[in-house]
Design a protein around this ligand. Structure first.
Ligand SMILES: Nc1ncnc2c1ncn2[C@@H]1O[C@H](COP(=O)(O)OP(=O)(O)O)[C@@H](O)[C@H]1O
Ligand SMILES: [Mg+2]
Length: 413
C-alpha cells in the first residue's frame, strides 16, 4: 500500500530524478534512500534552529551571505524607492496594500482561511514591458512594510543539467522558507520567471522543460500548503511565452503597461522636480510647453471620443496622434515619448542632467533632445516580436526543406 503522505514526495522524487518511485506496487530502494536523506537534512536544519534558543538564526548578514548566491538581497533600509515614486497603478497599489497587511499578520490570516478550508497563497505575477515599474514597485512595498526581499535572477537558476536546475529551484525556496519562518516574513521575487519553462529557456528538450516546471510548481504548492509567511512574486516581460501552469499557480496577476500621455506628463514632471530638489535649474518653459501640449492633446482626445461615441486609448491604432499631428506641426514631449516606459523617461532625464552640468541649466531643447536620444522601449519590444516571428518562420522553412520527416513539435505544456 502506498500511503497518501508520500504522494507529494513521490511526485517530487520523480520530477527531480526522472526515475520512477514505485516499481510493481512497491517503493523503490532508491526512493526510500532519497527520502531518508531528505529527512536527515531537514532535522539538521531544525536542530540548528533550536540550538539558537529562540535567537534568530537568520541575521541580516547570514541572509545576505546565503541568499546572495541567488540574487540581490535588499533590507528595508537599503531600499531607495518608495511606493509613491512609481506613479499611476493605483488599483494595483490598493490590492498590494491588502496583500502585505495579510503577510504581516500572517498567523491570524491563515487561521481564518483554514477555517474556510482555503490554503493561503501569497503569490503574485507581474507582467508587462520592461521598465514599467514591476521590480521597483515591489521593492517599494518591501520597504513600506519593512520586509526583506531577494530579487532572484531566474535564469541563473537554469542550467543545462536538469538535475541542477531542479536542485537550485528547491534550494532557493527552502532557504526563503526558513528565513520567512525565522524572521516573520520574507519576499522571494523571481525576475524573468519565464526563464523557467518557456521556449526561451536554456533547457532545450521539451520533457526537461516540463520537469523543471513541475518541480517549480511543486515547490510553490508546498509553501502554500504549509503556511509559511513567504510571499512569492514572479515577473516577466514575456507573458505570452510563460507556461500556463505557472501562470495559474499565482493568485494575483497584475498587468503593467506603457504609461499613457496623462501618466507620462506626471512622470516627466516628477523627474523634473527631483532635479530641482538636487538644485539643478529647470527652465520654466519646459513646464509651460508640457502643459500646453497636454491641454491640446486632451482637447483633441475628448472631441474624438465624442465624435466616435466611445472611449479610445492613446494606443488604439494611432487615432489620437494622427489627429494631433494633423493640427500641429511641432512635435511635443508627450508625442515624442509615446511608447516610452517610465524607465526610458528616467534614462532621458539622466542624459539631460549630464548635459545640464555643462550649461548649468536644463532648457526645453536640451531635455527634449535627451529624451529623443534614449528612445522608447515599445519600438524594441515590437521589433523583437517581429524578429522572433521571422526567426521561427525561417526555422520552420529550413526544417521543412531539409528534413521533411522531422516535424516541429510545440511544447507539450
Ligand atoms: N509608473 C512609473 N512612475 C515613475 N517612474 C517609473 C514608472 N515606471 C517605471 N519608472 C522608473 O523606471 C525605473 C525602472 O523600473 P523597473 O521597476 O525596473 O521596471 P521593470 O521591473 O518593470 O522592468 C523605476 O525605478 C522608475 O524610476
Ligand atoms: Mg524588473
Amino acid at each position: 500500500m502506498i500511503d497518501t503522505e508520500d504522494d507529494n514526495l513521490i511526485e517530487r522524487y520523480e520530477a527531480e530524478t526522472g526515475k520512477k518511485a514505485i516499481w510493481r506496487g512497491n517503493k523503490t530502494k532508491a526512493f526510500l534512500d532519497w527520502k531518508r536523506n531528505r529527512e536527515k537534512s531537514i532535522s539538521k536544519i531544525t536542530s540548528t534552529q533550536q540550538k539558537g534558543g529562540g535567537k534568530k538564526v537568520y541575521t541580516d548578514d547570514v541572509i545576505k551571505d546565503r541568499m546572495g548566491q541567488y540574487g540581490a538581497v535588499y533590507f528595508p533600509s537599503d531600499i531607495q524607492e518608495t511606493i509613491d515614486d512609481i506613479l499611476g497603478n493605483e488599483i494595483k497599489k490598493e490590492v498590494l496594500h491588502d496583500f502585505f497587511k495579510a503577510l504581516k499578520k500572517y498567523d491570524e490570516f491563515t487561521k481564518q482561511l483554514k477555517g474556510a478550508k482555503l490554503n493561503p497563497s501569497l503569490t503574485v505575477l507581474l507582467y508587462g514591458p520592461p521598465g514599467t515599474g514591476k521590480t521597483s514597485l515591489t521593492r517599494g512595498f518591501a520597504k513600506e512594510y519593512s520586509i526583506p526581499i531577494c530579487v532572484v535572477e531566474t535564469d541563473r537558476l537554469v542550467s543545462p543539467l536538469l538535475g541542477d536546475t531542479i536542485k537550485k529551484i528547491r534550494n532557493v525556496v527552502e532557504l526563503a522558507e526558513e528565513i520567512a519562518n525565522d524572521r516573520g516574513s520574507f519576499i522571494l521575487f523571481f525576475d524573468e520567471i519565464d526563464a523557467i519553462g518557456s521556449e526561451r529557456s536554456n533547457i532545450h528538450e521539451v520533457g526537461e522543460i516540463k520537469r523543471a516546471v513541475i518541480s517549480f510548481l511543486q515547490v510553490i504548492d508546498r509553501v502554500n500548503y504549509k503556511g509559511v509567511p513567504l510571499a512569492i512574486f514572479g515577473a516577466t516581460n514575456h507573458q505570452h511565452q510563460l507556461d500556463s501552469a505557472i501562470w495559474r499557480r499565482f493568485t494575483f496577476h497584475f498587468s503593467f503597461e506603457f504609461p499613457d500621455y496623462r501618466l507620462r506628463k506626471r512622470i516627466l514632471e516628477s523627474f523634473l522636480k527631483k532635479l530641482e530638489n538636487a538644485k539643478i535649474g529647470v527652465d520654466n518653459s519646459i513646464y509651460v510647453n508640457l502643459n500646453n501640449e497636454y491641454e491640446t492633446v486632451r482637447g483633441i482626445h475628448m472631441s474624438l471620443e465624442n465624435k466616435l461615441g466611445q472611449t479610445i486609448s492613446e494606443f488604439d491604432n494611432n487615432l489620437l496622434w494622427n489627429e494631433v499631428n494633423k493640427k500641429n506641426k511641432e512635435k511635443g514631449m508627450l508625442n515624442l515619448t509615446y511608447g516610452y516606459s517610465g524607465s526610458d523617461i528616467e534614462r532621458g532625464t539622466k542624459v539631460a542632467v549630464l548635459k545640464a552640468i555643462n550649461t548649468e541649466r536644463l532648457t526645453y531643447e536640451l531635455f527634449y533632445n535627451s529624451l529623443m536620444l534614449v528612445g522608447g522601449t515599445a519600438i524594441h519590444v515590437e521589433r523583437q516580436d517581429e524578429l522572433s516571428e521571422a526567426r521561427n518562420l525561417n526555422q520552420f522553412r529550413k526544417s521543412t526543406m531539409n528534413d521533411k520527416r522531422k516535424k516541429l513539435t510545440p511544447p507539450e505544456i
